[in-house]
Ligand binder design. Structure first.
Ligand code: MN
Length: 340
């Protein structure tokens, strides 16, 4: 848990600011969107003018966490406009669920030229130390946990809407309390958020029983491409541009699909390779713990956690597949044949 000094410094930064820009990492997940939703509400309740900004589009199924259409950098507003003050003159920037330039494409250019103080709430080990004040706790299962503990500690009121957003942040970053990062603190804080008004059954329905038929077909395409290697311990899945075109889906529709193959008992490490329009391959990696997949991602300029990480690889898919195979093969050999 962050120490009280850091809480005090964070509080001072916020108290001294009137107009606050709130952002998060590119390809925002549930933790990112939940944190932005809750933090935006929390700061507004303190009388601040708050501008949420995303670096890529919010997936449809997380839109309920936000109470307005927030602009997307590179689409609704360009970085030179942001620098020029089109969105406002900010006296504080709050960055949620990342502390790395590589997770902040284009926004990096803004950060590197601004004198505006930066406040970071994060739980990743990877860090470029972006903040003047940083509440970073790598033992926290989600950034939502770091945000919640800060709000509770400084005594700000947490509305049911904020509790819902923070519950989503925690529930999604723990694979709905399935991943190894799910500890008693995760459950305890989640229980508190339920007491504050988060309704898990309704949230689960909103998040997981909401596939479009098109997205289901995309999952079907991914499963059609499933390959098991290394005694069934390494699952490789991929999606091509053609799969998106044929099913009428987009990149955000891939979220969480990688996890499907972990229903197979033998699978220890999995990857989902997604061919991007520019020819690069977005590589997502998941591990059941025996292999630290963040090592692989970091080697290729990405990042993440031991259990979940990602990076961009050079295409085509076959080449990317070989790169990941070599890395995973090396590491699975080192851990020996798993008994799981
Ligand atoms: Mn997170």
């Amino acid at each position: 848990m962050a120490n009280t000094d850091a809480y005090q410094q964070a509080l001072e930064l916020i108290e001294n600011a009137n107009t606050i820009l709130v952002t998060t990492h590119t390809r925002p997940d549930g933790d990112a969107c939940g944190c932005v939703g809750a933090m935006t509400d929390a700061l507004r309740a303190q009388g601040k003018t708050v501008q949420p900004l995303f670096l890529s589009p919010v997936p449809d199924w997380y839109r309920f966490l936000l109470h307005e259409e927030a602009p997307v950098l590179g689409a609704d507003v360009q970085v030179d406009q942001l620098i020029g003050g089109t969105l406002g003159a900010f006296d504080l920037v709050v960055i949620l669920d990342t502390n790395s330039y590589s997770q902040l494409p284009r926004f990096e250019d803004y950060l590197k030229q601004t004198d505006t103080p930066v406040l970071v709430f994060d739980h990743h080990v990877t860090s470029d130390a972006l903040g003047q004040v940083e509440l970073v706790d790598s033992t926290a299962a989600a950034a939502g946990l770091v945000v919640y503990e800060f709000l509770a500690s400084v005594g700000w009121s947490i509305t049911a809407r904020m509790a819902e957003a923070l519950f989503v942040a925690i529930a999604t970053d723990t694979g709905w309390f399935q991943f190894n990062n799910t500890d008693s603190r995760t459950y305890r804080r989640s229980a508190e958020l339920i007491d504050l008004g988060a309704a898990p059954a309704q949230i689960y329905d909103k998040l997981y029983h909401n596939f479009s038929h098109a997205r289901f077909q995309l999952m079907q395409a991914m499963l059609d491409h499933l390959e098991l290697h290394l005694d069934g311990r390494f699952a490789v899945q991929y999606l091509l541009q053609d799969d998106f075109a044929r099913t009428g889906t987009n990149y955000p529709d891939t979220e969480n699909l990688i996890n499907e193959c972990h229903r197979i008992a033998s699978v220890v490490v999995s990857t989902l390779l997604v061919e991007l329009k520019d020819g690069r391959v977005r590589c997502s990696l998941r591990s059941r713990g025996a292999v630290d997949v963040s090592e692989i991602a970091t080697k290729y300029g990405g990042g993440g956690h031991k259990m979940a990480a990602g990076a961009f690889l050079p295409g085509p898919i076959e080449h990317a597949k070989q790169l990941v195979f070599d890395e995973v093969s090396l590491r699975l050999t080192n851990v020996g044949v798993s008994d799981s």
